[in-house]
Design a protein around this ligand. Structure first.
Ligand code: BGC
Length: 409
């Protein structure tokens, strides 16, 4: 890219070399256009620094031309999620080696600007969503053993995650990547595809739970008897779980702290689920096999919520943990009943993080399928759209009734 104009740059936009040289157009309109473009193309990104909760804008170096096996991507949209806020709150981001900050952002929709000479799978103009996690290269005996493991199942020392674990993320206007970490997005879902990553995380929980159930209850276990799904929480992962569970046509209940007349509770109902508020319904606890749940997707990470709702899960139910909190939540926790009902009812407690390729593919397929029937409902998951400069505050704090905040480039 450096020194020549990218083949993918739309007409009217500037290549970096032109920016570096400054405007050569003599007329005023040209000058103003260039100024606007120059501002827009600045390599501004949002970064987390050790020792502070405040995210800051950083200026990164100009992107270089992709190597033969790489592509240069231009950010279009970026989703902000709870993990970004947790990284900031912890004040100790896992920076890339030798760097003193971590560029945030791991839910991205981008357009390929330039492709390396050996790249065949992607071409300039293609829309892509990147995966977050990648294996960390190593020749240790353990790493060799882990090579056969799916990337989402690797132990922490064996991977990096862009924008989260020791690799910069996608909140800069341009970034380099390899096609093997990018999923091509059909243009019909360009307006929804920024939701792919969180949907893939929910897809993983459902797919893993289903696999485990088939292993112990027999093939087609949840096809014959669709699981009654309880989702706890009202954040973006909870809504992602709601979309994926409804895409399976399973009956869903969502529990949250919002008042029943709030906009998020209304959206839950518009997705065809029931909204639960307050304590576990007595009817459920009295006859859990008849009225309880078969799959609980906890998206709160709150001990109190898991402890409260685990007894509402019927025998052979699965409780998937999709949320967690870093800070201790209380001096004492009593999990006696959770263990007792877990044992007597053969519950599975399933820790679930990241997503397998299978789950990304499914997230994209579900978006494509639902786009024709439920596009407005999907769009309501994006409650805020802001330019990069105005997003700092939202990386830090979540206004009431927020679901997904999207940064537009
Ligand atoms: C991301 C996952 C990631 C996890 C833990 C989540 O926000 O969606 O892809 O593995 O954080 O770092």
């Amino acid at each position: 890219m450096r020194g020549e104009r990218s083949s993918g740059v739309a007409s009217g936009e500037l290549g970096f070399s032109q920016l570096a040289l400054g405007s050569q157009k003599s007329n005023l309109i040209g000058f103003l256009t260039n100024l606007k473009e120059a501002k827009r193309l600045k390599m501004r990104a949002i970064a987390a620094f050790p020792g502070t909760e405040q995210p800051r804008l950083v200026d990164l170096p100009e992107p270089v031309s992709p190597e033969s096996h790489q592509v240069l991507c231009r950010s279009l949209e970026l989703g902000i999620c709870g993990t970004d806020r947790e990284i900031l709150a912890a004040k100790s981001p896992l920076c890339p080696p030798g760097e003193d900050f971590l560029v945030l952002g791991h839910e991205s929709l981008a357009r390929v600007e330039e492709a390396g000479s050996a790249v065949e799978e992607l071409a300039p103009g293609d829309l892509v969503v990147p995966v977050v996690r990648r294996p960390r290269p190593s020749r240790s005996p353990a790493a060799v053993r882990w090579r056969r493991r799916r990337v989402d199942l690797l132990p922490m020392q064996a991977y990096v995650e862009r924008g989260i674990v020791r690799q910069h993320g996608f909140s800069s206007p341009y970034w380099l990547d390899e096609p093997r970490y990018l999923w091509k997005v059909p243009t019909e879902i360009a307006d929804l595809a920024v939701l792919t990553e969180p949907l893939s995380v929910a897809a993983k929980a459902i797919n893993e739970a289903q696999l485990l159930q088939e292993a112990r209850l027999g093939q087609g276990a949840w096809q014959e008897h669709p699981p009654r799904v309880l989702i706890t929480g009202l954040g973006p992962i909870a809504f992602a779980a709601l979309v994926m569970a409804r895409a399976c046509r399973w009956p869903v209940w969502v529990w949250g702290r919002d008042e029943p007349d709030s906009s998020r509770a209304e959206l839950v109902r518009d997705w065809g689920a029931q909204y639960l508020h307050g304590p576990v319904p007595q009817q459920v606890l009295k006859n859990v096999e008849e009225h309880g749940f078969d799959l609980m997707l906890d998206c709160t990470g709150a001990e109190e919520v898991v402890i409260r709702f685990a007894p509402a899960v019927a025998s052979c139910g699965v409780i998937a943990w999709l949320g967690s909190r870093q800070q201790l939540q209380g001096p004492e926790v009593v999990i006696t009943e959770l263990i007792r009902v877990g044992l007597v009812r053969n519950h599975i407690h399933l820790g679930c993080v990241n997503a397998a390729p299978r789950d990304f593919q499914e997230a994209l397929e579900v978006l494509q399928r639902l786009a024709s029937t439920s596009r407005p409902l999907l769009k309501r998951l994006i409650t805020h759209r802001v330019p990069l400069e105005q997003s700092l505050e939202l990386f830090h704090r979540r206004p009431p009734q927020t679901i997904k905040v999207v940064v537009e480039f």
